[in-house]
Design a protein around this ligand. Structure first.
Ligand code: FE2
Ligand code: FE2
Length: 337
C-alpha cells in the first residue's frame, strides 16, 4: 500500500526502508569499469530525434551526447532543488504541520537527490577520462539550471504561495524512471557503467517518488485566499512552460560543437551531425520535440508523466493541452529491442 499523508506508520516504514537500502555513491558504484567509448549510452530512434541519415559513427556519438545530456538534465534539476528547500518545502511544512515523518522523509529526499546529482556528475568525469574528451569543453554543451530564468520563476512562484516547484519535481521523478525503463530493454547495447548508475538511481527513485505527490497533496489542502487558490490552479502550467523554455534553450548548446571541433574527434563527429539538424523546418520542430523525440518529449509532454497527469486531473489543475506522443522503435548499434 502506498504511504499516505496522515498515516505516520506507513511513512515510518518508508523511512526505514529508504535508510536501510540507501547506496553509497562512491563505494557501491563500479567506477573502475570506466566508460566504454564504443558503447551507446541511450538507444536512439530511427530518425535520431532530428537527424535522419546518420552513419554508425555519428549515431554512436549522438547517443553518447544524448546520454550525457540526460544525466546532466536530471543532475542539474536534482542539484538545484536544494536551493529552493527553504522556500518550497520548509515553509509549507511549517504552515501545514503534518507529522515528524514528513520532515524526516523530506530531509532524506533532498539528500538522495544531491547524491544522485553527484553520481551523474562523476559519470561525466569518468566518461572524459575513458574517452579523452576534454571535460571543460564537454561541459560547455551540457544544460545548466543554476542562475537561470527558469529557476528564478519557480522561486518567485514559491514566494507567492505557489507550488510549481513540486510539479517540476514530480515530473523529473517520473521521467527518470521512464528513461530507465527505456534503457532496460536495450541493456546489451549500453555502456555497463552508465546502465548500472541508472539502475541504482531507479531503485531510490522508485522508493521516494511518492514524496513529491505527498507534498502536492498537502499543498492542495493548504488554506489559502482567493489569489493563492488561483495561483495553485496555474502552478502546473507555469512549471510546464518554464521547463519547456529552459530545455529548448539548453538543447541549443549542441550548436557549440562546431566551435569545439578541434578539441577532440568527439566534437568533430557531433558537429558533422549539425547540417542535418539545420535542415529541419522550424514549423516541424515543436511536433518533433513534444511528440516524437524520445527523452525530450518525456520531459515536455505530460502524457508521458502518467501519475503527474492523474494527480492534476484529480485536483482540477490546469495544464498545457498537448496531443498524445508518438514514439517510434529505438535502436543501439542498429539493433532494435
Ligand atoms: Fe534522483
Ligand atoms: Fe527523485
Amino acid at each position: 500500500m502506498n504511504p499516505t499523508l496522515y498515516n505516520d506508520l506507513s511513512l515510518e516504514r518508508q523511512l526505514a526502508l529508504q535508510k536501510e537500502r540507501a547506496w553509497d555513491w562512491e563505494k557501491d558504484i563500479p567506477w573502475h569499469l570506466g566508460a566504454n567509448p564504443a558503447q551507446y549510452l541511450l538507444p536512439l530512434d530511427a530518425d535520431a530525434i532530428a537527424f535522419p541519415d546518420l552513419n554508425e559513427k555519428q549515431r554512436l556519438v549522438l547517443s553518447q551526447f544524448m546520454g550525457l545530456g540526460v544525466n546532466a538534465t536530471i543532475g542539474e534539476m536534482e542539484g538545484v532543488i536544494d536551493n529552493l528547500k527553504e522556500v518550497a518545502w520548509e515553509r509549507l511544512l511549517r504552515r501545514c504541520p503534518v507529522n515528524p515523518e514528513m520532515w524526516e522523509l523530506g530531509e532524506l529526499f533532498f539528500a538522495e537527490e544531491l547524491k544522485h546529482a553527484r553520481t551523474f556528475a562523476k559519470y561525466l568525469e569518468v566518461f572524459c577520462q575513458s574517452t579523452g574528451v576534454p571535460q571543460a569543453s564537454l561541459q560547455q554543451l551540457m544544460p545548466k539550471a543554476h542562475g537561470t530564468r527558469f529557476l528564478a520563476s519557480i522561486r518567485a512562484n514559491a514566494h507567492q504561495g505557489g507550488f510549481a516547484f513540486w510539479w517540476v519535481v514530480s515530473a523529473v521523478e517520473e521521467v527518470s524512471i521512464q528513461i530507465y525503463q527505456m534503457m532496460h530493454k536495450h541493456e546489451a547495447g549500453i555502456d555497463p557503467l552508465f546502465f548500472h548508475i541508472h539502475r541504482k538511481h531507479l531503485e531510490e527513485e522508485a522508493r521516494h517518488k511518492n514524496y513529491a505527490f505527498l507534498m502536492l497533496e498537502l499543498a492542495q489542502s493548504a488554506p489559502g485566499n482567493w489569489k493563492e487558490r488561483l495561483v495553485r490552479k496555474t502552478d502546473l502550467l507555469l512549471a510546464q512552460t518554464m521547463t519547456a523554455a529552459w530545455l529548448v534553450a539548453e538543447l541549443h548548446r549542441i550548436f557549440d560543437a562546431e566551435r569545439l571541433r578541434k578539441d577532440h574527434p568527439f566534437f568533430e563527429t557531433l558537429a558533422s551531425c549539425l547540417p542535418s539538424l539545420k535542415k529541419i523546418p522550424l514549423w516541424d520542430l515543436p511536433r518533433r520535440l513534444f511528440m516524437t523525440a524520445p527523452y525530450v518529449s518525456f520531459v515536455l509532454n505530460l502524457h508521458h508523466q502518467k501519475l503527474t497527469a492523474r494527480f492534476a486531473h484529480k485536483h482540477g489543475v490546469w495544464r498545457l493541452p498537448l496531443p498524445k506522443p508518438k514514439l517510434s522503435s529505438l535502436y543501439t548499434h542498429g539493433i532494435a529491442a
